[in-house]
Design a binder for this molecule. Structure first.
Ligand code: SF4
Length: 228
């Protein structure tokens, strides 16, 4: 059942930012701040190359690159690096038919990442959101996809289990909540801030400290009022 209209759709790629830090998502998607560094530039070029490489087919597999994705239920839109349509033996549950092709096929999203697998599950969340979009668009059922990491030069399969799906949908809901509120969440300094591409714009130590001082001042004023 659609929850959002096409005008309400937010960027699917923002899920990875939101998963990393709500403030980072706000700085990028509410305030449109983006600090390109060597790593993000390499990632961007990798995605552009993948999208430009066009579609291909090999026995039992059709590959579509740069496919537009959307989910009105989650309120997300984006682009898949590659979707493999893998031929299945027959009309299996969740398999689909493709225009101009015989047989039954199952979509299998593949996302390309520079570097190595991350400590958190932000890449898995992004891939799972792509799968949920494909399921909604094609009426398919997708059990797994793959992440391809440039440094390892091989795929890691990702199962879209109930826990990953629930986490992905919760992040999508939270993203819409934050977008409706229209305010970038305040900084809270964490260890991972040191590897954040927006560290210099966010200034988490300074802004977190200011928040602490504001809280201290508010408490002091409350105590003052209580004594008078
Ligand atoms: S520096 Fe830290 S608080 Fe600021 S956006 Fe990055 S991760 Fe979030």
């Amino acid at each position: 059942m659609p929850t959002y209209s096409e005008d309400d759709l937010l960027s699917l790629s923002g899920l990875q930012h939101l998963h990393f830090c709500e403030r980072q998502w706000g700085l990028i998607h509410i305030e449109q701040q983006w600090e390109e560094n060597r790593l993000t530039a390499e990632g961007r070029v990798l995605h552009e190359r993948v999208h430009e490489s066009g579609s291909e087919s090999r026995p039992g597999v059709l590959v579509a690159r740069g496919l537009y994705l959307q989910s009105l239920r989650m309120g997300l839109t984006g682009q898949a690096d590659a979707v493999e349509f893998q031929e299945v033996g027959g009309a299996a549950p969740g398999a689909i038919q493709l225009p101009g092709r015989k047989g039954w096929w199952r979509p299998f999203p593949v996302e390309y990442k520079r570097g190595e697998p991350k400590a958190d599950s932000c890449d898995e969340v992004q891939l799972c959101a792509q799968a949920i979009c494909l399921e909604e668009m094609f009426g398919a059922a997708i059990g797994s996809g793959a992440l391809f990491y440039g440094k390892r030069r091989r795929r890691t399969e990702v199962r879209f289990d109930a826990e990953l799906r629930a986490h992905t949908e919760e992040l999508a809901r939270r993203m819409h909540q934050l977008f409706s509120a229209g305010a970038t969440p305040a900084a809270v300094y964490m260890k991972k801030c040191d590897r954040c591409s927006l560290f210099d714009r966010c200034l988490p130590r300074a802004t977190s400290k200011r928040t602490t001082v504001e809280r201290y001042l508010a408490r002091a004023l409350r105590d003052e009022e209580a004594e008078t």
